[in-house]
Ligand binder design. Structure first.
Ligand SMILES: [Zn+2]
Length: 97
């Protein structure tokens, strides 16, 4: 796990040959503008379903130690008191719906 200050996109592009889409595409701007709202709604829904103290936290990139070419950049790590196992959350806010 990386420090919170590590920019996952820069590290990821340094590990693999990877180029990002232009950041001002309307669909990408839409996704960024809606992500926090989607996370809030998800947290509220999980609490409503009875998950005690359910919450979501921003995170950086995860790198598998034994296979450092294998990485993940989830949007949040989520968890609650009752389930005791942290899980990852990836948010998709479709522009075309
Ligand atoms: Zn739970």
């Amino acid at each position: 796990m990386l420090r919170d200050s590590t920019d996952p996109s820069r590290l990821e592009s340094g590990i693999i040959d990877y180029s990002q889409a232009p950041p001002n595409l309307p669909a990408l701007r839409w996704g960024r503008s809606k992500e926090a709202e989607a996370v809030r709604e998800y947290v509220a829904m999980m609490r409503k379903f009875g998950h005690s103290r359910f919450d979501a936290h921003e995170c950086g990139m995860y790198v598998l130690r034994r296979k450092p070419w294998m990485t993940a950049t989830p949007d949040r790590v989520v968890g609650c008191e009752c389930c005791d196992i942290p899980r990852i959350l990836v948010v998709k806010c479709p522009y075309s719906l």
